[in-house]
Design a protein around this ligand. Structure first.
Ligand code: ATP
Length: 237
């Protein structure tokens, strides 16, 4: 296996506040890796820095062996990193299809129509409602659309920030099943979640982030069985 993404000693600060302190982790090609941790642990900041929306204070980010730490966001997207942000950030007054096409705006090839159809195959409800405005959708449907939009850039790495936020357990399971399908189709995934149970059950490797640092790491099933994880993140103890 080879590392598609490698984060080395990453530190990110908002003024005097260090939100991320010396975080290191690796996402191997073809894997699902998750970062779990409490609210405010620094997970969103980490994803935003990988995407080029924030600049690191220290450390490096390697994508496919090349440093992307100081590249502009559009170049990082162009290199193959898609970011499905917290809160979905859809264009509420635009239709499903318009939102999907915006996800392909950096592309110049002629495969966009095929890829729109691929998203409809993945999420049939989006195909049925392709001309409806995104703002009228349920939370789960909006999350499907946000994932579909991110997939429209044909990413090599799909990063998702809290896809289960606000969703019912059934809808969360549906979204997580889709992530397993995307992995089976060859997409590498970096997932940030507060729903530690669902995320650890799905991922190949997990990292626990606490106050800006990674405190534990291991295969998802091992972290699920770890008494410290169970006490802190699964409400046991
Ligand atoms: P959440 O699940 O709430 O998104 P998180 O683990 O993703 O949590 P971050 O959003 O990365 O955590 O926040 C990490 C720390 O940085 C928190 O203490 C937060 O208050 C702080 N922070 C986040 N954004 C800003 C900002 N724009 N300005 C100042 N501090 C910020």
């Amino acid at each position: 296996m080879s590392a598609l993404l490698e984060v080395r000693g990453l530190t990110v600060a908002y003024g005097a506040i260090e939100a991320v302190r010396d975080i290191s982790f690796v996402v191997e090609t073809g894997q699902i890796v998750c970062l779990i941790g409490a609210n405010g642990a620094g997970k969103t900041t980490t994803l935003r820095t990988i995407s080029g929306l924030l600049r690191p204070r220290a450390g490096d980010i390697l994508f496919d062996g090349q440093s992307i730490a100081n590249q502009p966001a559009h170049a990082i997207l162009g290199a193959g990193v898609a970011h499905c942000p917290e809160g979905r950030r859809l264009f509420a007054r635009m239709t499903v299809e318009e939102n999907l096409l915006l996800g392909a705006y950096t592309r110049t090839d002629d495969g966009v129509t095929t890829d729109v159809q691929r998203v409809y195959d993945l999420f049939p409800v989006l195909g049925e409602r392709r001309h409806n405005k995104a703002g009228l959708f349920s939370g789960g449907e909006q999350q499907m659309l946000a994932i579909g939009r991110a997939m429209m850039s044909r990413p090599r790495l799909l990063m998702l920030d809290e896809p289960s936020m606000g969703l019912s357990p059934i809808m969360t399971q549906k979204i997580f099943d889709t992530l397993a399908d995307l992995k089976a189709q060859g997409t590498t995934i970096l997932l940030v979640e507060q729903n530690a149970l669902a995320a650890l059950a799905l991922c190949d490797r997990g990292y626990v982030v606490d106050l800006g640092r990674t405190t534990l790491e291991g295969p998802g099933h091992e972290l699920l069985a770890d008494h410290r994880v169970r006490a802190a993140y699964l409400g046991e103890g």
